[in-house]
Design a protein around this ligand. Sequence first.
Ligand code: ATP
Length: 243
Amino acid sequence: MELLEIKDLNHMFGGLKAISSLNINVKSKMIYGVIGANGAGKTTLFNLITGIYHPTTGQILLDGISLVGKQSYEISRLGVARTFQNLRLFNDLTVVENIHVGQIYRRGLGKQKTKNLSAKINSLLNLFGLDARAEDKAGNLPYGMQRKLEIARALATEPKLLLLDEPAAGMNPHEVQGLVGLIKEVKRQYSDITIILIEHQMKLVEGLCDYATVMNFGQVIANGTVQEIQNNPVVIKAYLGEA
Ligand code: ATP
C-alpha cells in the first residue's frame, strides 16, 4: 500500500518552475531513492513534503491525508521526519539533548510522557555509535558523527516516513560504506519505517534502494528499480552519462 502519494505537483519560485507535473508513489516500508543532478528539484520536493514551502498546485498525501497547507510541526506529528543537506544540529546542545529535542518535537512541549524516553535515547546512541560522545556538544563532534546525529534526532520523532537529504554529503568513501550499513540496520530495527533518500551519487542508491525516481529540471524522467534506471537510455543521456 502507498504511504506517500504525490500527484501532479508543481512549484514555482517566481518565474522558475522548480517542480513540474511531478507524480511519485512510495509504498510503505520501502527505501526509495530520488536522484538527479544539482538543481533538479530534489530538496524542493522535501521542502514541499515537510511544509517548508506550500506547492503552487498539486497533492501530497500521507496515508491518504493531505499534507498541503499544513505547517511543518503538524506534518512532523503526522509522522514525517527529515534531515538536511546542510546540517542543522543544535551545536551548543549535547548529543543527548539534540536527540531529546526530536522527542519533544514529536510530542509537543508539556505533553511528554517521560517514561521510556531515556531508554529510546540510549538505543539510538547505541545504534549510531554515539554512546561515548553522549555528553559532548554536537558542534564538537567530527563531521561524520554530526551527520549520524542528525539521522538519530530525526528517528527520535518516531517517524513513519524518514526523508534523508544527501546523508553522505561530505563523507569519505569509508564513511559512506559505514552509512550504507547503518541505514540498513535502521531499516532492520525500525521495520515499519519508510525511507526516501535523496542522493547525488548512484553508488549509495545502488546499495540501499528498492526503487528510485530520477529527476531532471523538476520533472521525473524515469522510475524503476536501480538496475532498470541504470539501463534506461533517457537517464544515461540526461544524467549518468555525465556523472
Ligand atoms: P542540489 O543537489 O544542488 O541540492 P536539488 O535537486 O536539491 O539540487 P533544489 O535545491 O530543489 O535542487 O533546486 C531546484 C531549483 O529551484 C534550482 O534551480 C534552485 O536554484 C531553485 N530554488 C531552490 N530553492 C529556491 C528558493 N528558495 N528561491 C528561488 N529558487 C530556488
